[in-house]
Write a protein that binds this ligand. Structure first.
Ligand SMILES: Cc1cc2nc3c(=O)[nH]c(=O)nc-3n(C[C@H](O)[C@H](O)[C@H](O)COP(=O)(O)OP(=O)(O)OC[C@H]3O[C@@H](n4cnc5c(N)ncnc54)[C@H](O)[C@@H]3O)c2cc1C
Length: 257
């Protein structure tokens, strides 16, 4: 079975974003593999462990994205490809999806392409479905469990707010994976050494066989949220009843209720 897992390099989840002069900055935050994509790599590896085959990590990004790729390789992916093209600055989700779909086709397709649920920096969550649409494959999103997978069909559970939904789809298929799938493995020492030595081919957009896609969504204005003035008041009292009574009075006085 041939599986491609798409991984994105993002600022660490503790990073604070700021906006200055209409430009977004993540400061000096370290860059890490998108945490949701670790679950995607885990799912891809477990599928090949059960079925045999290889997992190829694919990323679109700049030089920094190599770290995400190395993490995926250290977890156990056998190969990786980076699409690195400065002309993609300003690309929107559909442009990203077009390039990923073209790269997947250039790789020679796959039985399954696995994505994370969403990227924690942009939080669009639409890339997996867009790539599926471009490839003409079914998309099974928000997968929490792979119930059964054969060479021709997959049965999976989707995590819905109200419960679980079981779906079946023919291969080739695009999946996006949620946290409930199971803890991603830590990269092994051997894996880290292998990843450090791995050579990762780099393609431009032209190498994927398509013209540079232009953005259809732009950001005419980016602004920081308005600052809120917050004051704290500690309510004192000699016992809990007195504090509660003062708090209740305060809530009524401030017309909170
Ligand atoms: C106006 C505008 C300007 C933009 N400018 C830039 C820019 O200058 N530079 C830039 O890099 N992006 C830019 N983007 C793209 C944007 O930041 C997102 O990366 C893109 O829209 C995909 O959405 P997302 O990251 O929220 O992915 P989601 O749809 O939330 O991601 C879901 C999954 O898709 C996969 N995935 C997503 N992105 C990638 C990737 N790059 N490589 C591999 N797998 C991936 C991962 O598995 C991820 O878990 C811009 C977007 C817009 C709308």
């Amino acid at each position: 079975m041939k599986i491609i897992v798409c991984v994105k390099q993002v600022p660490d989840s503790a990073a604070a974003m700021s906006v200055e002069d209409g430009k977004i900055s993540w400061g000096d935050a370290p860059l890490v593999i998108n945490p949701w994509d670790e679950y995607a790599v885990e799912a891809a590896l477990r599928l090949t462990e059960a079925q045999g085959g290889d997992v190829i990590a694919l990323s679109l990004g700049d030089e920094n994205a190599k770290e995400a790729i190395k993490h995926a390789l250290a977890m156990g992916c056998s190969e990786a490809i980076l699409v690195n093209d400065p002309a993609m600055a300003g690309a929107d989700t559909q442009a990203v999806a077009r390039v990923l779909a073209a790269a997947i086709q250039k790789i020679g397709g796959a039985d399954i392409v696995v994505f994370g649920k969403q990227a924690i920096d942009s939080d669009v969550g639409a890339t997996p479905s867009m790539v599926a649409r471009l490839l003409g494959w079914p998309a099974v999103t928000l997968v929490s469990e792979i119930v059964e997978c054969t060479q021709s069909e997959i049965k999976a559970s989707r995590a819905m707010e109200e419960g679980r939904q079981q779906v079946a789809a023919e291969l080739p298929v695009v999946l996006s994976i949620v946290k409930d799938y199971g803890e991603p493995r830590y990269p092994s020492f051997m894996g880290i050494r292998k990843a450090a030595r791995a050579s990762v081919p780099e393609w431009t957009v032209a190498d994927t066989g398509i013209d540079l896609p232009s953005a259809v969504v732009t950001w005419p204005n980016v602004m920081a949220p308005p600052e809120r003035e917050v004051t704290n008041e500690i309510i004192e009292g000699s016992n809990p009843e007195e504090i509660a009574a003062k708090l209740a009075d305060k809530i009524m006085e401030e017309k909170v209720l």
